[in-house]
Write a protein that binds this ligand. Structure first.
Ligand code: SAH
Length: 254
């Protein structure tokens, strides 16, 4: 069963875009995933095919209309359920959403596919989310893009590389950044010496236990320094499981 990506956008020509090359492109050719776009403008009802209007309360820019977006989303959901597909998560791209995580990407990649709604201009009429609470509002991070399409491409890329067979041996990805709540350790490759800098000696020792310990220590140090937010969560979880283990041992000793 291939992973079904459906993108609702005003710019369908942006897809598959960069996902048509390299790993994702080959996976698309093989049918590991499918890429369907839906033109939001096709759901406009007036002769000018209007999809946006001025913001209530004033201010710059234009807002995507709830009635048009609702019709577009309903169309996709109905087509999917008529096709007998298991319910596919619907993500709307917005800086107001929950930041995407590798954990959520793993869940999505393990499912039947994902439907992504891409905003433009000032974004969506909020009532869309009230009336269609199944839509998950997702952000790529604390930046403002000009449209949801590049965020959708990033999210799809992250999902596709996890699909079975797409990355071959590397695909388990268990040592990658975020998989254990830590950043990955730094990587090196030949030449051994470059501009007077050498590769850490331990990595040439062939001692796998020592290498693993060094990598773990660097992962922890770098996460603590670079991502205090991740570090706090990781060290809390670690302390909790350590005290859990101590409690268990005490119970057993008694
Ligand atoms: N006025 C909005 C930004 C609109 S940017 C605000 O300040 O919240 C236009 C569109 O780009 C958005 O509707 C959204 O689909 C997309 N976009 C911008 N930044 C994004 C981000 N960090 N994550 C996901 N989508 C984003």
């Amino acid at each position: 069963m291939s992973f079904a990506a459906t993108i609702l956008t005003l710019y369908p020509e942006m897809f598959p875009g960069p996902l048509g090359i390299s790993l994702a492109g080959k996976a698309l050719e093989r049918g590991d995933w499918t890429c369907e776009t839906v033109q939001i403008r096709d759901f406009a009802t007036d002769k000018h095919r209007t999809v946006d209007d001025t913001p209530a309360g004033g201010g710059a820019g234009m807002v995507l209309k709830a009635d048009i977006l609702g019709a577009a989303v309903d169309h996709v959901v109905n087509a999917q359920s008529a096709g007998g597909t298991a319910s596919i998560p619907i993500l709307a791209m917005t800086p107001r959403g929950k930041p995407i995580t590798q954990e959520r990407i793993r869940e999505l990649a393990a499912g039947p596919g994902v439907t992504i709604l891409c905003g433009r201009f000032e974004g969506f009429d909020e009532r869309l989310f009230e009336a269609r609470p199944q839509i998950e509002q997702v952000s790529l991070g604390d930046v403002v893009l000009s449209g949801g399409e590049t965020a959708a491409i990033a999210i799809l890329d992250a999902c596709i590389r996890l699909l079975p067979g797409v990355m071959g041996a590397a695909s388990s990805g268990t040592e990658e950044s975020f998989e254990e709540g830590l950043l990955e350790y730094p990587q090196y490759t030949r030449p051994f010496e470059w501009e007077g800098r050498t590769i850490p000696e331990v990595l040439r020792s062939g001692d796998h236990a020592k290498i693993a310990a060094w990598r773990k220590a660097r992962s922890e140090d770098d996460t603590r320094l670079r991502r205090p937010d991740l570090w706090e969560r990781y060290s809390d979880a670690r302390d909790q499981s350590a005290s859990g283990a101590r409690r268990k041992k005490k119970d057993m000793d008694q």
